[in-house]
Write a protein that binds this ligand. Structure first.
Ligand SMILES: C[S@@+](CC[C@H](N)C(=O)[O-])C[C@H]1O[C@@H](n2cnc3c(N)ncnc32)[C@H](O)[C@@H]1O
Length: 265
């Protein structure tokens, strides 16, 4: 990316979306992002492999939702910078009529998303902050693309840990879950520190000075995001254990993420 960004973009604060994109091999990052990611890599060198495993989980979950759960509407919250295997590509690859709304609160994500997805049928990119879920759901473009009276797949992949306990992400998920009808699905992946906690915590500590801090949560706290939903097999598991495919990502990564897919009864 050019080192001369649009004025409204803060390039001096490491940014979670751009750092994550850097782990995935993307080019949309600045010096502050790279410096922070290098710090993370020194204490937690497995981070890029985990980012790839997270994307692979997202892909498997979306394919499952289209093929086996009949989902045709996807609400990807905290969607991140466009990368390979974006939700609409996976969903429309399996069912061309699928619709997808990408929501993020980061101006770089929104600018790139809009530029890249302009004219792509069934896709919208809208600004929204998870900390204000009702406002987010009222967005006119979102409402045009997604019919909230029909089942929706709500994707909260690698984003709820960007919210602090004080911001009450459980209440956020409750509001989102209440807005969608029976038969809707919830997909969550979230950072935890069950294994080698010192390295996980040292990596997360770098984010204290980033655009969002990272809150590592124990499995029980992550499981509570699924209250009111039925967790589908295999339950809340490390990324590579969720319905692995033969060509899937490498196994043997530290269990620094837990993930699951659930259905609203
Ligand atoms: C680690 S990336 C995850 C991207 C994608 N969901 C994935 O798993 O590949 C987290 C994304 O969440 C966004 N984000 C963080 N806090 C947010 C908030 N309060 N509201 C909306 N988006 C947020 C960031 O801008 C970033 O794009």
């Amino acid at each position: 990316m050019s080192e001369r960004p649009p004025v409204e973009i803060d390039v001096t604060t490491p940014n979670v979306a751009r750092m994550y994109d850097f782990y995935l091999g993307g080019k949309d990052n600045y010096a502050a992002d790279r410096e922070a990611t290098e710090q993370v890599l020194r204490v937690a060198p497995q981070t890029p492999a985990l980012a790839r495993a997270n994307r692979a989980f997202l892909g498997r979950a979306v394919r499952f939702l289209v093929r086996e759960a009949g989902m045709r509407q996807f609400l990807d919250l905290g969607a991140g910078l466009p990368t390979q295997g974006n939700v609409h590509e996976v969903a429309q690859g399996a069912a061309p009529a699928s619709r997808c709304v990408y929501v993020d609160n980061d101006p770089v994500v929104l600018t790139h998303g809009r530029a890249l997805l302009k004219g792509v049928g069934g896709v919208e990119v809208v600004p929204g902050d998870l900390r204000r879920p009702s406002e987010l759901l009222d967005d006119p473009l979102l409402r045009k693309a997604i019919d909230l009276s029909e089942p929706v797949a709500v994707l909260l992949v690698s984003v709820l840990h960007c919210l602090t306990d004080q911001e009450d992400p459980w209440e956020v998920v409750r509001v989102l879950g209440e807005a969608v009808p029976s038969g809707s699905h919830l997909v969550v992946s979230h950072i935890t520190a069950a294994e080698r906690p010192a390295a996980a915590q040292a990596g997360a500590a770098v984010y204290q000075r980033a655009s969002s801090a990272m809150t590592l949560r124990p499995g029980e706290a992550i499981a509570r995001f699924f209250d009111g939903f039925e967790l589908l097999d295999p339950g809340l598991v490390p990324l590579t254990d969720w319905r692995p495919e033969p060509s899937g990502p490498q196994r043997g990564l530290p269990a620094w993420f837990l993930c699951g897919v659930a259905r609203k009864p």
